[in-house]
Design a protein around this ligand. Structure first.
Ligand code: NAP
Ligand code: HSE
Length: 428
């Protein structure tokens, strides 16, 4: 439309997510005016390697120079989808301090420097939005900050890493081994370039830090989140879990308790009737409990070109509206409390323990008494048989502070009759 108002944006990054954003902006050309009250145009696209072929992208928009963007006063929105801490952090700070609104999908950055970036946005009266940084296409940041704002939220549990959920699903349903399932997840584009961040729980830990900060109104950074991955989960544990009516899932668990915030990521045995137990393949889901809303669950695709670009574009459209109505900076930092974050040693969990012990009269009673001495109360015991004089014992416990369990396990390890503690997995 000739003479229509247009909001100008710059895209930093044209990889998986950036390409999706670019395509959606092109597709929405006609609709944007109706949706936001203005047109939207990407006027610069910053990449690292200008010599790469970029199909369907207007080559005249490409640049590898940040100055082309930061010095252009007409650019009102910077969409950061490059990833990593630097140079993204410096560029975003410079953009915010120049009065530009910023949308990002960068969980690494928000989980560590979210406070600093939100503060810069507030100081400059601009938007800093990051819906895509947690659980890709699933709306969760906006629901927590806006739709559920009246609630006192006490628990957020998430399956927030698609790669590990895919691996566990394949191990459970198809008997695939870990390495094969990881190779498939990589082939399908779910895994990070270095999948350590996925399989060791770091990616999920970053997402939990962001969600806990928003849900509990108190800053939680990535280093506050205890993380454990899924590399030690064996097909035997999966089979025992099944026998106990559970599935094993990599869960992010954040709780606001009287003694502080708990934030952790670990594999857990989850009862099959819990709504999160049916979240399969690379899907993500977040389960929230609030005092007014009760239980609410958010489910969908946590990664990929269009699901993630969908969340980025939701933010971009919101910024374009805010620009139209002169109300940018409307929703800033919501961390108005300072609640301490608990150390993992003080978090209470139920446990599943599988160990190998010499077959010896009275050994089970000794093991039970060692648990008892360390305040660990046993809820179930399973022994299937004896192979070459070694019994495999499986225990379930009541919830106990982690440090009591660590001390009990240490005491068990000192016994000559205990050949191996094969698995220690928490139970939801
Ligand atoms: P990607 O495919 O690796 O793309 C990164 C893009 O950024 C590339 O176009 C690259 O340029 C550009 N880039 C990187 N460093 C740069 C630099 N220093 N200067 C200029 N350009 C640079 O990454 P992605 O998967 O799209 O992820 C982007 C962001 O979204 C990350 O923060 C990620 O955590 C987040 N995210 C991704 C997903 C997903 O499903 N992929 C889901 C949720 C959130 P070249 O093309 O020249 O190499
Ligand atoms: N590697 C991530 C995952 C991508 O598997 O969920 C989205 O953050």
């Amino acid at each position: 439309m000739a003479g229509e108002k247009k909001v100008k944006a710059a895209l930093l990054g044209l990889g998986t997510v950036g390409s999706g954003v670019y395509k959606l902006v092109q597709r929405e050309k006609e609709e944007m005016m109706s949706k936001t009250g203005s047109g939207l145009e990407i006027v610069k696209v910053m990449v690292r390697d200008l010599s790469k072929k970029r199909e369907g992208v207007d080559g005249s928009l490409l640049t590898d120079q940040w100055e082309d963007i930061i010095k252009d006063d007409e650019i009102q929105i910077v969409i950061e989808v490059m990833g990593g801490i630097e140079p993204a952090r410096t560029m975003i700070l410079e953009a915010l301090n120049s009065g530009k609104n910023v949308v990002t999908a960068n969980k690494d950055l928000v989980a560590e420097y979210g406070g600093e970036l939100l503060e810069a946005a507030e100081k400059n009266g601009v938007d800093f939005l990051f819906e895509a940084a947690v659980a890709g296409g699933i709306p969760i940041i906006r629901p927590l900050k806006q739709c559920l704002a009246v609630n006192e939220i006490d628990e957020v549990i998430g399956i927030v890493n698609g790669t590990t959920n895919y691996i566990l699903t394949k191990m459970v349903e198809e008997g695939m081994d870990f390495d094969e399932a990881l190779a498939k997840a990589t082939e399908l584009g779910y895994a990070e370039a270095d999948p350590t961040a996925d399989i060791e729980g770091l990616d999920a830990g970053r997402k939990m830090a962001i969600m806990a900060s928003i849900a509990f109104h108190s800053r939680v950074v990535f280093s506050d989140v205890y993380t454990e991955g899924i590399t030690k989960i064996s097909s035997k544990d999966i089979a025992y879990a099944e026998e106990f009516g559970n599935v094993i899932k990599l869960l992010g668990v954040a709780r606001n308790t009287e003694s502080g915030i708990e934030a952790a990521v670990y594999p857990m045995l989850l009862p099959k009737n819990h709504p999160l137990a049916s979240v399969r393949d690379s899907f993500n889901a977040v389960f929230v409990h609030g005092d007014a809303v009760d239980d609410a669950m958010f489910y969908g695709r946590g990664a990929g070109e269009f699901p993630t670009a969908s969340a980025v574009m939701g933010d971009v459209i919101d910024v374009a509206r805010d620009i139209q109505y002169h109300c940018t900076g409307r929703i800033g930092c919501t961390c108005y409390r300072e609640t301490p974050v608990k150390k993992i040693r003080d978090i209470k969990n139920k446990f599943y323990i599988r160990l190998q012990s010499n077959d010896r009269l009275g050994e089970l009673a000794v093991i039970a008494s060692i648990f008892g001495q360390h305040k660990v109360s046993i809820t179930k015991v399973l022994q299937k048989g004896i192979t070459d004089g070694v019994a495999e014992l499986v225990f379930g416990t009541e919830a106990v502070e982690e440090y009591h369990m660590w001390e009990a396990l240490e005491a068990l390890k000192q016994r000559e009759t205990i050949r191996e503690i094969s698995s220690v997995i928490r139970e939801y």
